[in-house]
Each structure stands twice: as C-alpha cells, then as structure tokens.
Design a protein around this ligand. Structure first.
Ligand code: 3LM
Length: 392
C-alpha cells in the first residue's frame, strides 16, 4: 500500500509517483518499452529467479503500469493492484485464477453481458456452474450455497438495471462459509464505494469507464490482498497475458486525476435528469440509486458516496418506440460504454446484454423498453432539452 494520503482527491493525483525520482517530471513518464536490458547474464538469471528486484519484460511488469497499479491499490485500500488490457481481461483472469473445474459461483441477479458470457463459457468448458441470485436477504443467499461454492460475484449497482446490492449482508454470509467475494466496482469507482473496506476479497474494474473517463482507452484493473493478487499475477495474468499497454496505463493515470471532480458532476447531472424523467408522461419507470424513491436508496446511502452517473429508464410502448426515441436524440450519442464526459445512451436488450438468452434477460429486468443513460458532464439543461424533445 502507498502513502495513505488523508484525502482521496490527493491520492488520485499523487499516489504511486514521486517526481523527484524521475528527473522532476511532473507527469509520470511513459515507459513505452516491451523489454528491459540486463547488465550481465547473471543479473538476467537473478531477475528470472526472483532473487533480484527489477523489470524483465512488460507482460510481467512495467514502471508506468506499476504507477497505476499502486494508485488503484491505495484508492481501493488494497494491498496490491493489477492492470489488464480490458475489464474483461481483468474479470476473466480473476475468476479463472480463483476457481477450478466443478466449482460453483453465486452471482448477482444481473450483470454485464460479456461477464455473463464468460460465466457461461466456464460452465460449458469446466462445469463451473453459476446461480444468479437476487441477494435481497440472507436466506436467498444461504439457500444457494453448495460445498463447492468458491466465489460470490457481485455487480453493484448492476449494469444496466441499477439495482443496488447490500455488500455488508453478502460479505457477512460469504465469510461464514469461507467463500471469496469478488465485486465489480466499475459503476461506482473507489471514489464512491470501497468494497474491500467492507471485507470483499477482490475488486475488479473496467477502467475503460469512469476511471479513465474520456472515452479513449480500453483498460481493466483488479485489487485485493497481496497473496490473492500475486497468485493472479503469476498465473492467469502472466500466462494468458491480457496486460495493459504502458500508453493506456498513462491515459488512465491522467484520467484518474480528475475522477472526483468528474464523478461529482456526473452524479449531480444524473440526479437532475432522473427527477425530470420521473415526471415525464412517456416514461414508465426510472432506475437511479440516487433517487430517494428508489428501492435501493437506503443501501446506496449506507455504502456509496452518491448514486453515481448512470441511470436507466423504461419508456412507454415497445422495442420500436425505444429505438425511435434513441434515433430522435441530437446531442446525446447512441453508443455503448459509460463514464465518459459525453452523455451516451444505449439499448441494453439489443446491445450490451444481447448475448443473454431472452428469458434470462427478461428475468434480469433487461426489458425491450429499457434504455441506459450514461450522463456526461455537459450542462444538464441541454441534456434534458434533448431528451424531452426526443420523448415528446
Ligand atoms: C457497457 N461495459 O456499455 P471492458 N464490467 C462492467 C462493464 O459495464 C463492462 C465490463 C466489465 C460496457 C461495454 S458493451 C460492448 C461496452 C460492469 C463493460 C467490461 O472489457 O473494459 O469493456 O469492460 O456496459
């Protein structure tokens, strides 16, 4: 763990980097190199044997990538962080490292489409079955625990239904049964929510989203206690090899500096838009954890700093009406991904969650009239004007 700056806003900028150590360069240098030279053959041998500290090859470690990993560890209050080529590279490396054939996973009742795809593949290939459970009370979780249950995997808020899961409740039960808890903290970021502080074992991120924040990089991160993260680094990360490039790490480091400012603005804008949408006659229901009328509001208050910058809503009509609404937007862009400065809208049933079989998708609440809005940091009144004209 790093210096432990008192305030997260300071850690986002200063953690993991000392300009004095690198020629006074204010911005962390970009070590855009694939390999590192050794002074002697013996030194190379010592590095490979783990007897001497130092870099060997960028798939194993890189100074720019390490700055990002140290920042993440400090922000998530983890012993160690690891960077990956994408959120899916992080999630697959973590889940494959922590399970073996015939194990069992309990997952939140909803999740990102490709993570569902990964879990289905693990079932097909290695008979690692997953049960999707609405973790609303202790019994619902206890009832699904088997002797071979190895991991509880949670997204909160859930993509794209924005349901909030009580981390304290789930982690309490998992600990009783010696089950590891992995939390996808993409929607919240450590600025809003820190699952490791509540006892989770590993946190994963798509750093493509809020952490980098500018829609210009694909990246993933994981963090947790040293032994678990070392195990992941030495196995699935190194040997499957989905590591982050130094330049993309550099972009995430830059993005992180403004995360608190951006996130506060995302959340403020999302609150304003949620309020307006709730009053619109063409809107059936709005799902935003920061809405005091939302069923997850009390849990959000308990474990998050704010409701974040993403919301979803169902519009009246069917799939055709939902698509027509998207087509009428002028300022707001139709695109998957989230957490960018620009406001993005998408139709989960046919986009991010299209890979989930119809029946399962409906059960997860991803209906044909649900749209997801990643509220950017523009002036919210302009966003509302666009939404209102397209709805009306
Ligand atoms: C999306 N999500 O638009 P990458 N975990 C969560 C995510 O939302 C995502 C990942 C992991 C979206 C991407 S869909 C084609 C575009 C909660 C990604 C995976 O591998 O960095 O994309 O992260 O919802």
């Amino acid at each position: 763990m790093g210096k432990q700056f008192k305030h997260m806003e300071t850690a986002m900028i200063h953690e993991g980097y000392d300009s004095k150590a690198l020629l006074g360069s204010l911005t962390p240098p970009l070590f855009q190199t694939s390999t590192f030279t050794f002074d002697t053959a013996e030194q190379g041998a010592a590095r490979f044997a783990g007897e001497e500290e130092g870099h060997v090859y960028t798939r194993v470690s890189n100074p720019t990538v390490q700055i990002l990993e140290q920042k993440l560890a400090a922000l998530e209050k983890a012993e160690k962080g690891l960077a990956f080529a994408s959120g899916m590279a992080a999630i697959s490396a973590v889940l494959i490292a922590l399970t073996k054939a015939n194990d069992h996973i309990i997952c939140s009742s909803g999740l990102y489409g490709c993570t569902y795809g990964l879990l289905s593949m693990m079932d097909e290939k290695y008979n690692i079955q997953t049960d999707y459970v609405a973790m609303t009370d202790a019994q619902s979780i206890e009832d699904n625990i088997r002797p071979e249950t190895k991991v509880i995997y949670i997204e909160t808020p859930i993509n794209p239904t924005m349901e909030v899961i009580d981390l304290e409740l789930v982690i309490g039960i998992a600990k009783k049964h010696d089950i590891l808890v992995v939390v996808d903290n993409t929607f919240s970021t450590p600025y809003l929510q820190r699952p490791l502080e509540l006892g989770a074992d590993v946190v994963v991120h798509s750093a493509t989203k809020y952490l980098s924040g500018h829609g210009d990089v694909i990246a993933g991160l994981a963090a947790g206690e040293q032994t678990l993260i070392d195990q992941i680094a030495a196995t699935t990360q190194k040997d499957i090899g989905g590591v982050l490039s130094p330049f993309d790490a550099w972009l995430v480091i830059r993005g992180l500096k403004t995360l608190p400012l951006r996130m506060d603005r995302h959340a403020e804008n999302a609150s304003q838009i949620a309020e307006k949408l709730k009053q619109h006659s063409q809107v059936k229901q709005v799902f935003y954890p920061g809405d005091p009328e939302n069923s997850g509001y009390a849990i959000m208050k308990k474990q998050m700093k704010s409701g974040g910058g993403t919301l979803s809503f169902e519009i009246k009509g069917g799939k055709a009406e939902a698509q027509a609404f998207l087509n009428k937007l002028e300022l707001i862009k139709i695109a998957v991904s989230l957490g960018d400065t620009e406001t993005l809208i998408q139709h989960p049933a046919t986009m991010t969650h299209a890979v989930i079989p119809d029946e399962q998708r409906q059960k997860m609440g991803v209906t044909d009239t649900l749209v997801r809005l990643s509220v950017g940091i523009e002036g919210w009144q302009d966003l509302w004007e666009d939404l209102n004209q397209a709805l009306t």
